[in-house]
Design a protein around this ligand. Sequence first.
Ligand code: SF4
Ligand code: SF4
Ligand code: SF4
Length: 579
Amino acid sequence: MSVNLKINNIDVTVPEGSTILEAARSIDIDIPTLCYLKDINEVGSCRICVVEVKGMRALQASCVYPVSEGMEVFTNTKNVRDVRKINLELILSNHERKCLTCNRNKNCELQTLSNDLGVSEIRYEGENPHYNVDKLSASIVRDPNKCIICRRCVNVCKNIQTVSVIDANERGFKTIIGSAFNMPLAETPCTNCGQCIVVCPVGALREKEEIDTVWEALADPKKHVFVQTAPAVRVALGEEFDMPIGTRVTGKMASALKLMGFDGVFDTNTAADFTIMEEGTELLQRLENGGKLPLITSCSPGWVKFCEHNFPDFLDNLSTAKSPHEMFGAIMKSYYAEKQGIDPADIFVVSVMPCTAKKFESKREELSSTGYPDVDAVVTTRELGKMIKQSGIDFVKLPDGEFDAPFGIGSGAAAIFGTTGGVMEAALRTVADILTGEDIKQIEYNAVRGMKGIKEASLQIAGKKVRIAVVSGLGNARKLLDKIRAGEVQYEFIEIMGCPGGCVTGGGQPIVSSKIKMDIDVHAARAAAIYAEDESMEVRKSYKNPIVKKIYEDYFIEPCGHLSHKLLHTHYKQRENYY
Ligand code: SF4
Ligand code: SF4
Ligand code: SF4
């Protein structure tokens, strides 16, 4: 059913159930918004998107008000403009306005809106209470002084991730967004996924930066500082330099890292091929020897922590293979240190990740199998963007460089780790060849591609039935695991990624404003770049990566062997859940 209405005297027809905001956008009329975030936060609380509806005295919040037949709407009257400005000034009156030193300076929806609505003075004085900044988490910093109580973070954490560790405490002017009893996030079952950061319109949430730690290591002449970059970073880093969403900047990124002074610029994709070798072998062993099934991937640290808090009965299902960047660190401080004659104590491994949870992961005590932490510092894609700017590098003009040997070669299978379904597809490319003894040419598994939160398929591989599921987002993981617990579904192999869409839309990726998200499918654009990266590779199966082959021959001997169990595998532990 369609509905006909007029907006600013222009006829418009939209599906029944549309909001005024959606109807206006369908004819390119821009209504400013602040708390609104499509599909995540549609609550109408900030009152910035108000419009006049003929016949109604009060202005209406267009992001939640439904259209009706014959309705007449005005989005740009003097009254509308005045009220929007007053509402914005009231929000600003209680806001710690320190733009120059704020993490979100120049990428802040409140700042942009103040400029767009022409706020040049704030006529009201708020109470401006001072709150402590919560810096105790390894991944997330919360600064309530910058919070505008839009509740985007609350709704993403509760409805999309089903973690529910933040909500509104107190009421009225005293309202503050925080955890129960205002506990530090570090003491809650927060998964460190960072999805709250990427939806926050302002500087109230940010990652725990490790930029200075990396600069210090680079300035230390004793240290051998090696950097590795995850597959999803190269399809998003360009956005920090105003390049279009989904631009591949692999070569420019390698050039920039070399200019910044790293002693080795390596690719996490090489390590992702090791992860497939170990995890694929684990799957084959469990299938053949009657081991615990389904095997569930464990390379997403947000998902792993969620499992430890909420589904401890599934911990034995998790693959014990370390995540790729941790494997890389362990290999650097063992095999590479021996080969190069470097004391592992002098090796400093930096991971550039699309993920805030990797910061927490790198600090887990069990991820130090050489006696040293596998990884010494984790910076997000956003932090790398800042470091490149601090270095005075003109990123856009950089020529394409290459990763260094020996860890500069990754397969196409490793490249697709960056999007939902990628780890599953990468594993299937290797496992299917091993089971059939053939070099299978059809290597694109379309059933596991795309943004659907839960994807399922049943495959026949060498006469064996392998039932698989691919899940992204913790709310979807909860749904699937509850069904498994209830005995409603069975699988042999499951991929779970903590962030909706996988790492390309991870919590450490460049922040895209709510307005742009209304027009562009960010996941689709970045994922398309990931698949293009895969297609451009000569080697597209992990077991064919020549570096991986060589290191198994020289050092590990075989996947899931004695040495790889010591260096490339880990374990998990049940954690408390307060809810
Ligand atoms: S949150 Fe935005 S408006 Fe507030 S200080 Fe930071 S940049 Fe400025
Ligand atoms: S990091 Fe994830 S789990 Fe933690 S508060 Fe934010 S959205 Fe919730
Ligand atoms: S922390 Fe950010 S997303 Fe959460 S309510 Fe405050 S301003 Fe909104």
